[in-house]
Design a protein around this ligand. Structure first.
Ligand code: KIV
Ligand code: NA
Length: 265
């Protein structure tokens, strides 16, 4: 299959073809999602919650994300792989952002990086893009600023749509090839999508964007606990795996596993 590149994102917006993305943190899921035709895989700092078991994404480090990103990038044939820049790896300034982006590009085989923030991160985006590294922006609700935003709160409601539009224009002007809109009202996302030339990707931003992205463990029913309202579950992996584990434990206890067919003579 022909590799997805940034031009695919641009063409998809032009042609009205929806872009799809899922998070992935390992080579097993990367291979499955790639073969299923998912356009891009984000090695998100949501791995903080879903792999490392942290309460938030804030503690995640570059050193933790690099091996996960390398596993995902090494497993795909077609999908575009995006490395998520974690909290504390780009806020200090454009040079820090570029340094981090270069690490991901050299050490993992990712095709692009993502970082959070609109106007406040525009100079970082510009510097990384100038070095030849594609950047996906991320505005609306930005989990790395959970404490500054006062919790898990929808952004861009009412008059705040003006700030969302300003953030969107800032990241486009800085050279981002696409922008994630997280947890914003559908109508605000529609306005941003109409205003921008670059594609918009919704995570809980309704149907009017150029593409959709979900955290794979939420989408596949593996996440234990609360899942956001905007997630539709396409599988019940927690149920399937839990049932399999109980059955296997019972078979071992009953002496039914291993049977002769699963043993060597
Ligand atoms: O880390 C992540 O999974 C993300 C998406 C939810 C946008 O940043
Ligand atoms: Na993230």
């Amino acid at each position: 299959p022909k590799r997805v590149r940034t031009r695919h994102f641009q063409n998809a917006k032009r042609d009205g073809i929806k872009i799809t993305g899922l998070t992935s943190y390992d080579q097993l899921t990367a291979r499955i999602f790639d073969e299923a035709g998912i356009d891009f895989l984000l090695v998100g700092d949501s791995s903080g919650n879903n792999v490392f078991g942290y309460e938030t994404t804030l503690p995640v480090t570059v050193d933790e994300l690099i091996p996960l990103t390398r596993a995902v990038a090494g497993a795909v044939k077609r999908a575009f792989v995006i490395a998520d820049m974690p909290f504390g790896s780009y806020e200090v300034g454009p040079e820090e952002a570029l340094h981090t982006a270069i690490r991901f590009m050299k050490e993992t085989g990712a095709h692009a990086v993502k970082l959070e923030g609109g106007v406040r991160s525009a100079e970082q985006i510009r510097r990384v893009v100038q070095a030849g590294i594609p950047v996906m922006a991320h505005i609306g609700y930005t989990p790395q600023s959970e404490h500054g935003l006062g919790g898990h709160i929808i952004q861009g409601r009412g008059d705040a749509v003006q700030q969302l539009l300003a953030d969107a224009e800032a990241v486009q002007d800085a050279g981002a090839f696409a922008v994630v809109l997280e947890m914003v009202p559908s109508d605000a996302a529609r306005q941003v999508t109409e205003r921008l030339d670059i594609p918009t990707i919704s995570v809980g931003a309704g149907p009017h964007t150029d593409g959709q992205l979900l955290v794979w463990t939420d989408w596949a029913g593996l996440t234990v606990g609360r899942v956001p309202k905007f997630v539709r579950q396409y599988a019940d992996l927690a149920g399937i795996l839990g049932k399999a584990a109980v059955e296997w434990r019972e078979d071992v206890a009953a002496g039914e596993y291993p049977s002769p067919e699963h043993s060597y003579e």
